[in-house]
Write a protein that binds this ligand. Sequence first.
Ligand SMILES: [Zn+2]
Ligand SMILES: [Zn+2]
Length: 361
Amino acid sequence: MNDIPKTMKALVLKGPNDFEIQEAPTPEPKGDEVLCRVKAVAICGTDPKIIAGKFPGFWPPTFPAVIGHEWAGEVVAVADDLKASEKVAAKYAVGTRVAGEAHKGCGICLNCMTGHYTVCLNYGDNASGHRHYGFTSPGAYAEYIVTSVKSATPLPEGLTYQQGAMLDSAGVALHGVQRGRVTTGDTVLVTGPGAVGQFSFQYSRASGAKFVIVIGRGPRLAFAESMGAIGVDYEKVDDPVAKVMEITGGVGVDCTVECAGTQQAIDWAIKSTRKAGRLVMAGLPTDTINVPWGPMTLAELDILGVRANPNTAAPALALMANGAVTTEGIHTHTFPLDQFAEALATFVERRDGAMKVVLEP
Ligand SMILES: [Zn+2]
Ligand SMILES: [Zn+2]
């Protein structure tokens, strides 16, 4: 820790809609943690809601707080405990480039023990070992972050830190595609071509989908089409579901990955999935969505919830590194951390075609 400054620049959230760059103590790694120099951190769709104070007392539990969780950076210090194992110490040695993950399970509850650590039964209980970086634990809108090595995956050679910062969106998409059991020859529909939707299309294709239909509109749909998706523009066709049925010979798709979270998109998703098909809920719906449970039950649809990106970091990055999946056109804007307000507005207002906006602290 010799050449690491005692304080760092951090974007401190002082209260709802109230943030500024401040000097904060540089955190120290303990137990299974490393200290990383944050090189790139992307704005998540959840961040503007946290900043606006939409989850009082929960995300963050208290103010002031440092949020941000879609990051990549370089290991600059390793906790003493980790050095006890030569193998572990070598994997996370100083200088290792890593991409971060927001969730770190407690490691001892039933869900963690069975790999479902993003739905840890000790969620939010820091004493149990659970961490949700950038939500209930300090995050990455700062020069440095302390993270468990469980939530830091070495970046494959050839990937940049900016690409590493796409891991959250990419990993959510891959988790959804895996939940939907997309396999060779499947027909897939993606509703909502934001970052998670674009990656869902790309990972479905990489998983062997025969074709992927995307329902959307505007430049985001045009981008998915330019990448090889079959676009259905809901502003231009009378009935997007009829279009999906036409493309699939009246059957519907094997798997739908819903990434919009809106009533309209969820209706299309349900009606476009074939009987006994899979419906993956990768967008976060509001509590007031009406769902036609009767027809869904009789169609024997499998409904699969998605919470973040468990166990997908290594394969998600591997497919970026071998070119099967690209972040190009998804990561659209980059700002220095001290222009956070500008970056946030660019992201929220989708200025100039913004999809993923990256900060470089
Ligand atoms: Zn995120
Ligand atoms: Zn747990």
